[in-house]
Design a protein around this ligand. Structure first.
Ligand code: NDP
Ligand code: GDR
Length: 369
């Protein structure tokens, strides 16, 4: 056996006509749903995972296939968006027809603490991957999807926001994603690549990271309901977001790579909701009466009767510059892809609360053993 055969994880007997996809960020919320979707469609799916001191593949563990068996279609490769040679090797070995670049330091608030790292991963990481395709002469055979974001709109210029709305980034995260957006457009124009941006508005699910606001809220609802937590501290309750379900959005990503011509498209629900209203929705799903404190005490009916407070504003969660209002117009995606979101927000809030309730119960059961 040659050294090459030992280090490569990919069997050489794979069918040549099978579609191959490479997903960066496969261990994240969107990566895990996209991997499920592509496997269902018959793809061979390759994903990049980071080395960590503990297992970090929870979201895709159910997709794991024993590499010793025949007909394996799911592969994970160690890698990092900051490591160009590693990316080149993975692209070379996997020879993907489609690359979905979902890897990112994706937390807006964290990007104010780690701006340089965020730029390295989110902006330069995208460049590294595009260059890998070019260095390997794969421009004609490989299609590229870039996970762009409604954060690009930032400071409100107009609503609803569409493909023609000017960008005004309001965080190091958004500024890095702005570079990634334009370098994707530039590689499409300069090298005739099929490369496109999905400008996706916020999308959530039970798999959403625990520190994003919807999940932070639904997790707190579950823990408060079960008596494991007393209250939840939040930042700006007036921010409004166009929240959809991640399952709908990964389908849009796939559709964007199946068109005749690459184009940049907005995916959004067309409805916006404040953080405050999402709090109400989530607590209602668990039949808990919300009691507010802090800045909202007077205005929002602090419950003097019970005296309990379960939601409090803590300015430490305020951002140096905030994106006040996101509301997307996905008419172009509807028209060109036939894409429509299927989930509504209330339904999703309920699903998230239920899932967090199950998780909290399981954890309590384990701790009580
Ligand atoms: P997550 O934060 O859940 O997942 C991010 C993924 O990127 C994880 O797999 C993470 O790995 C990986 N990652 C982070 N840093 C690196 C690195 N240096 N090298 C390799 N991989 C890395 O994000 P989502 O799934 O929610 O979002 C997917 C993409 O879509 C992101 O690019 C995000 O910015 C963008 N986006 C998300 C929206 C949303 O509402 N969810 C809306 C618009 C855009 P690990 O698990 O090891 O941390
Ligand atoms: P966002 O998501 O910044 O829109 O980025 P997040 O859920 O972090 O914040 C949404 C809004 O809620 C306000 N907020 C809080 N946010 C957090 N995280 N924690 C709090 O306690 C809290 N209290 C109020 C925020 O100020 C903000 O206005 C997400 C990410 O997935 C990005 O990667 C993606 O590009 C965009 O969505 C579209």
């Amino acid at each position: 056996m040659s050294k090459k055969e030992i280090t490569s994880k990919i069997p050489d007997n794979r069918p040549a006509d099978r579609k191959r996809a490479l997903i960066t960020g496969i261990t994240g919320q969107d990566g895990s749903y996209l991997a499920e979707l592509l496997l269902e469609k018959g793809y061979e799916v390759h994903g990049i995972k980071r080395r960590a001191s503990q297992f970090n593949t929870d979201r895709v563990d159910h997709l794991y296939q024993d590499p010793h068996k025949e007909e394996v279609r799911f592969f994970l490769h160690y890698g990092d968006m900051t490591d160009a040679t590693n990316l080149i090797r993975i692209v070379q070995e996997t020879k993907p027809h489609e690359i979905y670049n979902l890897a990112a330091q994706s937390h807006v608030q964290v990007s104010f603490d780690s701006p340089e790292y965020t730029a390295n991963v989110d902006a330069l990481g995208t460049l590294r991957l595009l260059e890998a395709i070019r260095i390997l002469d794969m421009e004609e055979e490989t299609r590229f999807y870039q996970a762009s974001t409604s954060e690009l709109y930032g400071k409100v210029q107009e609503t609803p926001q569409s493909e023609t709305t000017p960008f005004y980034p309001r965080s190091p995260y958004a500024a890095a994603k702005l570079y990634a957006y334009w370098i994707t457009v530039n590689y499409r124009e300069a090298y005739d690549m099929y490369a496109c941006n999905g400008i996706l508005f916020n999308h959530e699910s039970p798999r959403r990271g625990e520190t994003f606001v919807t999940r932070k809220i639904t997790r707190a609802v579950a823990r408060i309901k079960l008596g494991q937590q007393e209250k939840v501290y939040l930042g700006n309750l007036d921010a409004k977001r166009d929240w959809g379900h991640a399952k709908d959005y990964v389908e849009g990503m796939w559709l964007m790579l199946q068109q005749e011509k690459a184009r940049d498209l907005v995916l959004a629900t067309g409805t916006t909701t404040s953080v405050r209203d999402f709090v109400d929705m989530a607590f209602q799903a668990a039949e808990i009466n919300v009691v507010w404190e802090g800045e909202d005490r007077d205005e929002k009916g602090y419950d003097a009767e019970t005296g309990e407070c379960i939601v409090e504003v803590d300015p430490r969660y305020y951002r140096p510059t905030e994106v006040d209002l996101l509301l997307g117009d996905a008419a172009k995606a509807r028209e060109t892809l036939g894409w429509e979101p299927r989930y509504d927000l209330e339904e999703m809030a309920e699903e998230m609360v239920q899932s967090d309730m199950t998780g909290a119960q399981k954890k309590a059961a384990v701790e009580n053993v």
